[in-house]
Design a protein around this ligand. Sequence first.
Ligand SMILES: CCC/C=C/C(=O)SCCNC(=O)CCNC(=O)[C@H](O)C(C)(C)COP(=O)([O-])OP(=O)([O-])OC[C@H]1O[C@@H](n2cnc3c(N)ncnc32)[C@H](O)[C@@H]1OP(=O)([O-])[O-]
Ligand SMILES: NC(=O)C1=CN([C@@H]2O[C@H](COP(=O)(O)OP(=O)(O)OC[C@H]3O[C@@H](n4cnc5c(N)ncnc54)[C@H](OP(=O)(O)O)[C@@H]3O)[C@@H](O)[C@H]2O)C=CC1
Length: 264
Amino acid sequence: MHEPDYAVAGKTAIVTGASQGIGRAIAETLGASGANVVICSRAQERVDPVAEGIDEETEGAALAVECNVREREQVEALVDATVEEFGAPDVLVNNAGGEFVAPFEDISPNGWNAIVDLNLNGTVHCSQVAGEVMRENGGGSIVNLSSVNGQHAAPGESHYGAAKAAIIRLTETLAVEWAPHGIRVNCVAPGLVQTPGVAETLGIESEQMPARETVDRRIGHAEEIADLVQFLVSPAASFMTGETVTAKGVPKPGNSMSDGLGLE
Ligand SMILES: CCC/C=C/C(=O)SCCNC(=O)CCNC(=O)[C@H](O)C(C)(C)COP(=O)([O-])OP(=O)([O-])OC[C@H]1O[C@@H](n2cnc3c(N)ncnc32)[C@H](O)[C@@H]1OP(=O)([O-])[O-]
Ligand SMILES: NC(=O)C1=CN([C@@H]2O[C@H](COP(=O)(O)OP(=O)(O)OC[C@H]3O[C@@H](n4cnc5c(N)ncnc54)[C@H](OP(=O)(O)O)[C@@H]3O)[C@@H](O)[C@H]2O)C=CC1
């Protein structure tokens, strides 16, 4: 009898931007399934407690590294630290990302560059540096974080939407280029998910998150994105590459994810 294989135990996974929110949930989920997880953010003191939790509470081991994904040298040091601690990475999750909401005409050149640099160029740096080690090692799996804002227009999201749309096309191109090297490259496009970043950036707080079993009109849980990422990096997704998988439930009326999507 065939049984689905979602296993990641013993794999080495790099998860960027894992001090909180979706990245943290991804790291904890992979760790709970027995993966060795290397996590980074811009502040060592913010990733250390997450790594300690994974070490103490899961089958997996964790290494916390301070790394700004916008800085190529820091990304190289992140991958070097991974190889030294656990060996070549099998999995890379390009999760680090962020934005501010502003009309196009109010975005300065520096503001535009900050968002493209963080979301798109950060993904490029990590994919090139970790991808080289994966190719030498015979393969791997990469998951990029896009957004529904990379799939549909939303006001105030021109910079972020352009960067997240580019990530979708980058995913497709790398999937084709790196298939001969045994590397699968997929992408996740979440709708609105409750995280500290969303609370800070969009002012959306949800005191009582509806349970995962609730299908209609709610914000997502970070763990719902983490479960999807685990599927994509697992053997169960072996026939998937170059795909962008959307996870957005049915957006609540009036939140920013429904604006401009014609869903009201
Ligand atoms: C619907 C969305 C769904 C959710 C998606 C998420 O990802 S949510 C979760 C994601 N979590 C987060 O997003 C976390 C919160 N956000 C952040 O941490 C940061 O804002 C950053 C990462 C986006 C940029 O970091 P940084 O340190 O590189 O940048 P900096 O601060 O040094 O500024 C650089 C330039 O940007 C300009 N600028 C900045 N804000 C505004 C504004 N509101 N208006 C106009 N402009 C603004 C600023 O003036 C400056 O330009 P200037 O003046 O030199 O010409
Ligand atoms: N939440 C949502 O509704 C949605 C989120 N997404 C995407 O999902 C991803 C995670 O979002 P979310 O969890 O909400 O974000 P949060 O703002 O809650 O967390 C962002 C994480 O990224 C880290 N980070 C930020 N900048 C950098 C950097 N330059 N280098 C390394 N790490 C960095 C932060 O750590 P620190 O501050 O310690 O550096 C933090 O751990 C992002 O790519 C986002 O665009 C997509 C669609 C919807």
